[in-house]
Design a protein around this ligand. Structure first.
Ligand SMILES: Nc1ncnc2c1ncn2[C@@H]1O[C@H](COP(=O)(O)OP(=O)(O)O)[C@@H](O)[C@H]1O
Ligand SMILES: [Mg+2]
Length: 329
């Protein structure tokens, strides 16, 4: 008998023996199962019991969180973990292109909700980033995958692009674990509109903006820093460095109680983090998070890239000029 509240390792689930935990977030755990007869492998994503979710609700900006936008600000909320998994299964069932994870059946009983999916042989982009510096070609491959996915008719955005949700395999990129934006059912039985299940370091405006998330991720890949995460760098905020439009945008967000973008005012110039960074890469990085250096030498807003295809093109141009590897590890 399987249950949600203990580790699944060692259990038999249908014809599968669970032999390993693959990962764990705030709302769910993911296990590997091996078919008892054929040895074929599958992944099982299991909703956590609600009392564990309540204890573990994270506050840090690099974990997936459930946040409601309310009058005057934002607040962390406690969603129903089983419902989240059902929603995610429904989202992933709608898409069939290669590049998205392929999900199988959903099992949904009182006290036990999980879904089965293909097991991806590979590692997350995060694991790869920890092991080695990332090649420009790899970032082009990810941008091209996301370009294809962004044209999907059924799921218009992913909503939680980050290194933990990108699996890198020998044959390409697989995206897992989409986020959610909209009305959310909470454990207390109520529901709230304007909620986000996402990672604020990559979605600081709490909008399903995958292009900005990719840009913020690129900063981490290239420079090893996260421009909107509080812990990423400690630089005294010198507002004379910041152009009027960027300052106004942050102030407007703050007026409605949204502070996740405020740290962007501390953003360093990439070449001040790594003196080896040339003007082309510096401009690309700034543009990827919709910034530029304005005529007065200040960091200010820019329209940014129009599409993942445009970012992939700019990265490919950089590659053609001879940059093969990024510096951060
Ligand atoms: N289908 C899969 N194949 C291989 N590893 C997976 C698969 N799904 C998830 N994982 C691993 O488990 C981790 C957590 O899975 P994810 O679906 O992102 O859950 P969470 O919602 O808790 O973040 C991933 O970062 C990845 O390392
Ligand atoms: Mg995840």
């Amino acid at each position: 008998m399987v249950s949600q509240d203990l580790s699944w390792v060692g259990l038999e689930v249908g014809d599968y023996k669970i032999d390993q935990k693959l990962g764990e977030g705030i709302f769910s755990s993911v296990y590997r199962g091996v078919h008892l007869k054929t040895a074929q492998q599958k992944a099982f994503k299991v909703a956590k019991p609600q009392d564990l979710v309540s204890k573990r609700q994270a506050k840090d900006c690099l974990s997936t969180r459930a946040i409601a936008q309310i009058t005057g600000g934002t607040m962390d909320v406690l969603p129903d973990a089983a419902k989240l998994l059902r929603t995610q299964h429904a989202q992933l069932s709608m898409v069939s292109q290669s590049g998205w994870i392929k999900v199988d059946r959903l099992v949904d009983q009182p006290g036990l909700t999980y879904y089965e999916m293909e097991l991806v042989e590979g590692e997350t982009l995060r694991q790869l980033m920890i092991r080695q510096s990332i090649t420009v070609d790899k970032t082009i491959e990810i941008a091209r995958s996301l370009d294809k996915l962004s044209k999907s008719e059924s799921l218009r955005y992913h909503g939680d692009i980050k290194p933990e949700n990108i699996l890198v395999t020998k044959s390409g990129i697989t995206i897992i674990d989409p986020g959610y934006f909209g009305r959310l059912d909470l454990v207390n039985g109520s529901n709230l509109p304007n909620c986000a299940i996402t990672t604020v370091a990559y979605y600081p405006a709490l909008e399903p903006d995958d292009l900005l998330a990719f840009g913020l991720m690129l900063w981490e890949v290239v420079l090893g820093i996260q421009p909107t995460a509080k812990t990423s760098f400690s630089q005294e905020s010198d507002l004379s460095r910041i152009g009027g439009n960027l300052l106004e945008m942050v102030r407007l967000q703050e007026m409605v109680g949204k502070y996740f973008l405020s740290n962007i005012l501390n953003v360093p110039l990439p070449s001040s983090v790594h003196p080896g960074i040339g003007a082309d890469l510096e401009n690309l990085l700034l543009k990827s998070i919709r910034l530029k250096v304005n005529m007065s030498g200040q960091i200010d807003l820019d329209p940014g890239f129009r599409s993942f295809g445009a970012i992939a093109g700019a990265l490919a141009a950089l590659r053609l000029k001879g940059t093969e590897q990024f510096l951060a590890k």
